[in-house]
Design a protein. Structure first.
Lengths: 413, 413
């Protein structure tokens, strides 16, 4: 430590265009919403905003679930809140793993004292309904936990049939929609999804740090069997439920229901600025319309992919099950592990693209087109910059081929 | 659900002056910092900001601890991250309870499979060093967990002697500094505090949703004995430590050390806007100077208290151990449970004051003077409004007595 305070400079980062797997550029309206002055957590003005957030996210999730609320943490916090609240010690949890985040779900289930079983598929592929049903028949899980889209592999697992299967076998279906929500359809009631969590930093184009979740009355009831009220705020006569206490206080959804419900029983202090951000993200999405927003993600990905292929880059993953908001491409052998291309893109052109994790680290690049970033000008900007960088780094492409192909997609619509 | 989206209005709450127990009004510079455009989490510009946050909070905590970082959640998330990472199942954890948050620490310890023991004191009182030492001698805890200041009771536990006692008996001292940090001295190295967590929404005058924590190398080593790396990002050859896995993934400080350290191993996606807020909160505090800021809180509380007493209101809690940032007063019998006075203050004068929890609910009001709110003009505004409201609600005071007394404090300095 020095004698004088070290204060550093005012925040003033160089501009970036975030076309990696997320976070992505935040909608300017959302950035502004976060500058709204705070209110007290029990101020009727503020609790009304909390109520509005519930109404907004019910529309986002296409659900009637009363229990639709925010967990105050990043997407991963929402995942853990859901899993640790629904998994009772000793429950069998099936995690079909098709990418990094399947491993995460399994690990969180294990840390919640579940008996975990998993099925695996090659990274870049998804599961058939038959495979899923067979696993459920064999292992008889109480909970199936799966991601809708896993950015690590850029593919999307169909969920409609899985919802029906889980209903048939009477197990709870938890879906991690962090990477997909907003850019890909997810009508949770229609698809029989019992509990879902998401984040803001992908297609909702907000900052990381708030996790919208939703769950059915049946799931709520299951959780309330484990309700324990904090000693410091317990009203006289309150008796704990007889189920095993949820191992986390912060992620105890029984307590969060009390905080978000009419009792407004204090738990944490709601992260007001992130709630403002969450609210504005939903307003922007709903104003555009869920279907319009999904269509925009589809069209933009199509244009980007067409451009990449025209530059002789090879797309990664099952072509029938790609996410509509992130694109994987094999790194050409001329570019080694792709790190120099990524750093040229970032440092010289101000554009962030990603690689992936585990077996795909240094094998694929990932280019995101999500939320505010998901637009024609960014596709063209990215393709033209990539053409320059690739050619300078030894991978030769035909001049303008990528941009021309992208233009063609836009012109045919 | 209706057929058309329900979007609600743009955020535009009526102005409030937040003089409750927190959250409080956010520094305008912090609100602006949150509007900074995002960067990717591994962008060198962003990781540099993460490094700067570590340097800034080392100065705030007056520590050399390498492990000084943010937990992405509210203050309660920071508490749970600390406790669940240091408590091994079966450890004995002593929680000296002098208010609501002592109960919370005990409960989180219990959920982390600790054997919990606690000592209690009347709400509004603190523990003597002898009482604490006796309890430690008797119960031989591995961990002592205590709040520095508990807003529910507005008093502050001295910690210097407790630090020495814990050192002598070789147990880890965890301190919850949520309510006190910034407004009250907390030199953690000098006081032998092993691990500490805080929040932004009190004297740091930021939004809730980020929790600065710090812990010693010895604590880090203890935690690293429980390190398990996530399967989806595990490099070949990595072997798990042999200690029991930490029950939470999100709050696993072994993983957070990897994310904040030179390896930058991905865990959650850092909540960038809240990091910007945390950074600016620390910059403002350090620019003012820790001692100056504490002095401002002391002076402001003194002026407020003098004014309240001059209005014949009775202060709550041990006069020798009051927090310097929040004041408790008994609700006069003329005002019942005080709810009408609070709602008049809020709805008619735009000023939020609080009541308390549990045995003090409806028995005391709590008036906070923290961070940006902690200034003469707000003391005078609050006292004059309170005089109007109290008299209209049947508690008679001498005209101008509160404001005059507050002026006197400022004039003598």
């Amino acid at each position: 430590m020095t004698d004088y305070p070290v204060l550093f400079e005012e925040l003033d980062p160089e501009p970036r265009l975030l076309m990696g797997p997320g976070p992505v550029d935040v909608y300017p309206r959302v950035l502004r919403a976060m500058s709204t002055p705070l209110q007290g957590q029990f101020d009727p003005q503020f609790t009304q905003y909390m109520d509005q957030v519930q109404v907004l996210y019910r529309q986002v999730f296409k659900t009637r679930n009363q229990q639709t609320l925010l967990v105050n943490g990043t997407a991963r916090a929402g995942i853990e809140a859901c899993l640790t609240s629904i998994i009772r010690p000793g429950d069998t949890v099936l995690t079909p793993i098709f990418g990094r985040f399947g491993h995460l779900l399994k690990e969180i289930a294990k840390r919640s004292s579940a008996k975990t079983v998993s099925i695996d598929t090659e990274w870049g592929q998804i599961f058939t309904a038959d495979e899923l049903e067979a696993a459920i028949k064999t292992h008889k899980p109480q909970v199936v936990a799966i991601s809708q889209g896993d950015t690590s592999v850029t593919v999307k697992q169909p969920l409609k049939e899985l919802g029906e299967i889980c209903k048939k076998y009477n197990c709870i279906l938890y879906v991690d929609a962090t990477a997909s929500l907003g850019g890909n359809a997810l009508p949770i009631d229609e698809w029989n999804i019992d509990i879902v969590s998401a984040g803001l930093q992908k297609c909702l184009s907000g900052p990381p740090g708030s996790s919208p979740i939703s769950f059915t009355d049946e799931v709520a009831e299951r959780i309330l069997h484990r309700k324990h009220t904090e000693a410091g705020i317990r009203a006289p006569g309150i008796v704990d439920a007889d189920g095993p206490i949820i191992q986390s206080n912060y992620f105890d959804l029984a307590m969060l229901m009390d905080y978000w419900g009419p009792d407004r029983l204090n738990h944490h202090t709601e992260s007001a600025s992130m709630l403002y951000a969450s609210r504005e993200c939903a307003r922007i999405l709903l104003e555009e319309g869920l279907e319009n927003c999904q269509h925009r993600h589809q069209l933009t990905s199509r244009a980007l992919r067409s451009g990449l292929q025209a530059m002789d880059l090879e797309l990664f993953g099952d072509p029938n099950h790609r996410m509509d908001n992130v694109t994987g491409i094999y790194i050409p052998k001329e570019c080694g592990n792709g790190a120099l291309v990524r750093s040229d893109m970032l440092n010289d052109f101000g554009i962030e693209i990603g690689t992936s994790f585990g077996p795909l680290d240094g094998k694929i690049w990932r280019i995101g087109t999500m939320g505010y970033v998901c637009r024609k000008s960014n596709v063209l900007r990215c393709l033209s910059a990539l053409e320059m960088v690739l050619n300078r780094r030894g991978f030769k492409t035909k001049q303008g081929a990528g941009v021309d192909a992208a233009y063609s997609i836009y012109e045919e619509t």
